[in-house]
Design a protein around this ligand. Sequence first.
Ligand code: TRH
Length: 385
Amino acid sequence: MTAAVSWDIFCNVVDHFGDVGVSWRLARQLHAEHGARVRLFVDDLETFHVLCADVSPALESQEVAGVTIRKWTSPLSFGDPADVAIDAFGSRAPEAYLEAMARRRHAPVWINLEYLSAEDWIEDCHRVPSRHPRFPLVRHFFFPGFTENTGGVLCERDLVTQRRDFLGDASARARLWQAWGMVPPPDGTSVISLFGYGGPAVPALLRAWAEGSEPVCVLVPESRILPDALSVFGRTEAHAGERFGLDALDLRVLPFQTQPGYDRLLWASDCNFVRGEDSFVRAQWAESPFVWNIYAQEGGAHWAKMHAFVTRYGAGLDDDAIAAVREFWRLWNRGETSASVIGAAWRRFWNLRDDLRAHNAAWTAGLRALGDLAGNLVRFSVERL
Ligand code: TRH
């Protein structure tokens, strides 16, 4: 794509980090790998600053990593609309922006970037045009996904190489623990990263790990899951660097990582508990066994999304393995309170770790064959410019 192509991404932060997490990753990739001029409009720069400390919440406009970050205010001064406009996750570009788009001699490519799903129905909606009722504009649905009839998922061009280099370099892993100010656990300890929405399944599972026969080192970046994890130790809060022990369980608090730092945490862990959308995808690229805490939706709509993913991801695994993944993920997401119940389901899941790691390598090879989301968006848009 020629560097002349400009992109505007509108991101309204619903809650948590994923809306801006995905939009920020996409914006950086469009600039770095496709030479695009990118403006990223975000309404909540405070949340953005947690995710990327280089972003100042106080600035109306700033450039970070080659991307122009604009505070999405109302009214919004935006100059000329870009060649490609993306409404991220249900965000809606301002009316004045749409009017400016409609005035352009050649209407911009306008995309509605949807949330990631493994459900079948998204394939029927992917790339479908929708005419604006008043302006001569067409907005195209674009669904990230796990099949060739979707937009694929985000993956930086050098991610696979970076992971391979990290895993092949013992000193890199040692430097990671040093950076955390920690001594790595003894060999034979299962290292587990813990990120999720919290709830009663957290202390139940940690108690099961404490009572287990195998040593477990749980790494918890400071986030909303931490208080539920600390409740096992009679604590309600803790700071990065603190460490807690109970029988076979060694729990350590990490600072919230940068996105690249979080990738390294995922690569260094034997199992990754993730949530939402972006960390969920990053754990897949890390190829360790992973557990997904799905973002809960009204009326339980998230259950269909979770089961659809397990079914699609499980193709190639034997039925017992798929059942073990599905059951453990179900108990984790439903907030199972019994340590013995979730502990038994964990052991069934964890006994599969070697099969799951091998399966994950095949799964990511399939994802790479789809093309990455940023590249697919560029191909779709350039065809229409
Ligand atoms: O924060 P999330 O729960 O965001 C969610 C999802 O995006 C979901 O799809 C959406 O509906 C909801 O918001 C409104 O989970 P997610 O998507 O994993 O985003 C977390 C981001 O935080 C991700 O980019 C990884 C990043 N992260 C770090 O950078 N450092 C860390 O230490 C950790 C734990 C996460």
